[in-house]
Design a protein around this ligand. Structure first.
Ligand SMILES: Cc1cc2nc3c(=O)[nH]c(=O)nc-3n(C[C@H](O)[C@H](O)[C@H](O)COP(=O)(O)OP(=O)(O)OC[C@H]3O[C@@H](n4cnc5c(N)ncnc54)[C@H](O)[C@@H]3O)c2cc1C
Length: 755
């Protein structure tokens, strides 16, 4: 058998990918389901569909989903159970209420209809709600609910109508590749030749990928809800209600309630593997595990105390190490795509995710900034089954947990360690984790989470002042480092990088739309030997990009050497004096300007890093050298106007929009006639409520963007931030909306430091 595209998995996600590929005009598509459509996880989902996501692009994705769900029945003739009943989210704690105010501001900025309600107003929307301990509520009138199995069947029907072939009872068993490309699959019904394979196998996706060396880091956990008998006051259009402080949600079903939630300490499942035959099956009830949710629910909805419970449903769902789903082309094999790991939001996200993956497949590149869900954000470190199991205990609960600013996950750490880890720990470093690496955030007291002034601020101020007035030493070993070697190495880099490659080049890697795929520095070590330095979370993504752009006849090797080289940076006006007094041995120095002002990054083999650190420290302590961490680094780069990949530089942003056209060689510069958006810098007073990122930027009282980065500047004694403004005319009066308060801000195209 032959097909252009084969999709494995007939849950809502596979059905949505098939539907959207067909909508884009792609033909010759086969969807294979080992059991029956929806028989995996989809059939037993609760069906809540919300639209608010933590950023603009993800929110756009779920808004699209809601639009699709509300029209699909009309298109296919198959009912979806879609009801736009709205959703009420209630806040118990004052901190949650501040978070809701921040969310409401962001929602308005993203163009989502939203309203803040008093407890009384919440009661009007939800008549059997207990409100005496509530601070208030958030009302999203466009949210809704659907019947997951019907929705998936409706998408499948839409796909069939457009020519997709759907076969049930056929399992994808193996993959065939040639020269790193997909060429076909083996199934329980014979071999199929294909160009493109899409793994939408839900909780089976990890094992399916693993067989071919493809990391799909997800793990199953038991996941629960109860269904009650009818309850007085519950009616079909009763809004969905979430009480995140109690970790619970409610939805009307046949006059009763579906009540489920996200326990803070979850129960992983499937450690011995997920059985192939798990069709329309559930797991045994576990009332002990469900007890905390039940108690919270009776507290919030006292009518539950006497309501009859029809069933406690326990169904497995897959969760990922960071709580975001997994989308995109696997870095290990060309034309192998994945959409899986939906963290109990697969019904809400399937519409948007299916569309985005279809566009990615059809267009050959991610259609927009998808870094948060991009499969390339993980490395091999995240694929270990035991590590995933431990992490899943924590990530299920993240769904409703308070996501404090600078929140760090705790499970499965430490994982990847710099040779300086113990030394810095002994000196009081407080660590965060990025791409598995432990990194010093600051040197001081253990972090206490807050929305206000953080307890680490004084320590970070000292670190910043050291860098501006003397020198700071930073461990930046976590940098992604790719060694690019071979006769065609220079040609490949020249083709992929936007700037001409010299001895040391700061440049961009751009996609076909001219947006950032990465922001890198390239060191030329020899004519055919280069070190490409990228962000800590970028090596898998950048390596895949280089290899995809390598011509088959080109002789180039691209190795991830991130764990072979440590990086020690000495930044500040005394850095030169300090390094002149230091024997740097075999370290390779490189000028560093990330925080503005003088500085040097030293690339040193891992084994020599501790010795070098001690020698620098010996030379520097008399000259005011101070250990510093990433919080200071970030605030310093913001005040110096340096853009970072992720918050500012992304596939949706061009060097012109970022104000970095100089990183592009002149012949490639295409100045646009007008800029749809551009980065502005802001300074504004630090109040008792801090800005943490994502706050709306108001121009003449109207939102025109959000802060992409924000920090406290010790030198200026105020908050410094930057963000894209979506307007041609940038003149006017600016404010930043910080947790419901409009704080006057000074805006400029220029960095606030140096003045
Ligand atoms: C209790 C519970 C409540 C939930 N509530 C909500 C909610 O309110 N809102 C929301 O948005 N989400 C909710 N979810 C999550 C949602 O159900 C999932 O995220 C979603 O169903 C995942 O869809 P999927 O297509 O990825 O996986 P699945 O539905 O599991 O589909 C994967 C399919 O792949 C098939 N398959 C596997 N391996 C192969 C192979 N080798 N060859 C061929 N076929 C294969 C399987 O048989 C399966 O049918 C809930 C989940 C649970 C458990």
């Amino acid at each position: 058998m032959k097909a252009r595209i084969v999709i494995a998995g007939g849950g809502i996600v596979g059905a949505s990918v098939a539907y959207h590929l067909a909508k884009l005009g792609m033909r010759d598509i086969v969807l294979l389901e080992q059991g029956k459509l929806t028989c995996g996880t989809t059939w037993h989902a609760a069906g809540l569909v919300g639209q608010m996501r933590p950023n603009r692009s993800m929110t756009r994705m779920s808004q699209y989903g809601i639009g699709l769900y509300s029209t699909l029945e009309h298109e296919t003739g198959l009912a979806t159970g879609w009801r736009q009943c709205g959703s009420v989210n209630v806040a118990r704690s004052p901190e949650r209420w501040i978070v809701f105010q921040r969310q409401a501001a962001m929602a308005r900025s993203f163009g989502i209809e939203v309203e803040l309600l008093s407890p009384r107003e919440a009661l009007e929307k939800w008549p059997i709600l207990r409100i005496d301990d509530l601070q208030g509520a958030l009302w999203f009138p466009a949210d809704g609910k659907a019947n997951p199995a019907d929705l998936a069947q409706s998408l499948a029907k839409g796909a069939r109508n457009l020519g997709v072939k759907i076969q049930e009872g056929v399992r994808v068993a193996d993959l065939k590749t040639r020269n790193g490309f997909v060429t076909g699959i083996q199934t329980t019904a014979g071999d199929v030749e294909c160009e493109i394979f899409v793994n939408c196998a839900g909780q089976w996706a990890r094992a399916l990928g693993e067989r071919h060396g493809i990391a799909v880091p997800l793990h199953s956990a038991e996941h629960f809800y109860i269904v009650t008998e009818p309850i007085a006051g519950v009616y079909p259009m009763l809004p969905v209600m979430r009480d995140p402080d109690g970790f619970i949600y409610f939805k009307e079903e046949v006059g009763g309630l579906v009540m489920g939630g996200f326990e803070p300490v979850a129960k992983p499942w499937g450690m011995e593997g997920i059985p192939d035959k798990f069709e329309f099956e559930l797991l045994p009830e576990d009332w002990d595990q469900f007890q905390p949710l039940m108690e919270a629910a009776i507290h919030r909805v006292p009518a539950l105390e006497t309501a009859g419970v029809k069933m406690l449903l326990n169904g497995p769902e897959s969760f990922t190490p960071d709580g975001n789903f997994i989308l995109g082309e696997a870095p290990e094999v060309r034309n192998y795509f994945v959409a899986a790991g939906f963290n109990s939001a697969g019904i809400a996200n399937a519409g948007g995710a299916g569309k985005l993956l279809a566009e990615w497949i059809a267009g050959g590149e991610a259609p927009m900034d998808l870094f948060e869900v991009d499969i390339r954000r993980f490395g091999a470190f995240a694929a270990d089954a035991k590590w995933l199991r431990d992490r899943t205990v924590e990530t299920l609960g993240l769904h409703y947990a308070m996501r404090w600013p600078r929140h760090e996950l705790e499970s499965g750490r430490p994982q990847r360690l710099s040779p300086l880890y113990s030394t810095l720990k002994a000196k009081g470093a407080q660590f965060g984790s990025k791409f598995g690496w432990e990194r010093a955030n600051y040197f001081g007291p253990k972090m206490e989470y807050t929305l206000g002034r953080p307890n680490w601020l004084p320590a970070m101020i000292e670190e910043q002042l050291a860098v501006r007035n003397a020198a700071g030493i930073f461990d930046q070993t976590s940098f992604g480092k790719l060694r690019v070697r071979g006769r065609a190495a220079a040609a490949l880099l020249d083709r992929v990088c936007a700037n001409r490659i010299g001895k040391l080049t700061y440049t961009a890697i751009l996609n076909r739309k001219g947006g950032y795929e990465s922001d890198v520095t390239v060191q030329r070590w020899a004519d055919d030997d280069f070190l490409l330095i990228t962000g800590s979370a970028q090596p898998v993504r950048d390596r895949a990009w280089l290899l995809r752009n390598k011509k088959s006849e080109e002789d180039v090797m691209v190795d991830d050497v991130s764990a072979e080289w440590a990086v020690i940076s000495v930044l500040g006006p005394r850095s030169k004096d300090i390094l002149e007094r230091t024997d740097i041995g075999s370290a390779r120095p490189q000028p560093a300007s990330y925080v503005g002002g003088p500085g040097t990054e030293l690339y040193v083999p891992i084994a020599e890093a501790r010795g070098l650190y001690e020698r620098i420290w010996g030379a520097g302590k008399e000259l005011g050298l101070k250990d510093c961490g990433y919080y200071a680094l970030d605030a310093l780069r913001i005040e110096a106007g340096r853009r970072a990949f992720g918050p500012e530089l992304s596939p949706d942003c061009t060097p012109y929009e970022a104000g970095l056209a100089f990183t592009v060689r002149p012949e490639l510069r295409r100045a646009p006639e007008k800029l749809a958006k551009r980065i502005l810098m802001f300074t504004f007073p630090a109040t008792d409520i801090f800005a943490w990122g994502g706050e709306p930027i108001l121009r003449n009282g109207r939102p025109i963007g959000e802060l992409s980065s924000v920090g406290y500047s010790a030198t200026l004694g105020c908050m410094v931030g930057m963000g894209f403004v979506y307007a041609e005319d940038i003149s006017g009066r600016y404010e930043i909306e910080v947790s419901g308060r409009n704080v006057p801000a000074e805006a400029s195209l220029k960095a606030p430091w140096p003045r």
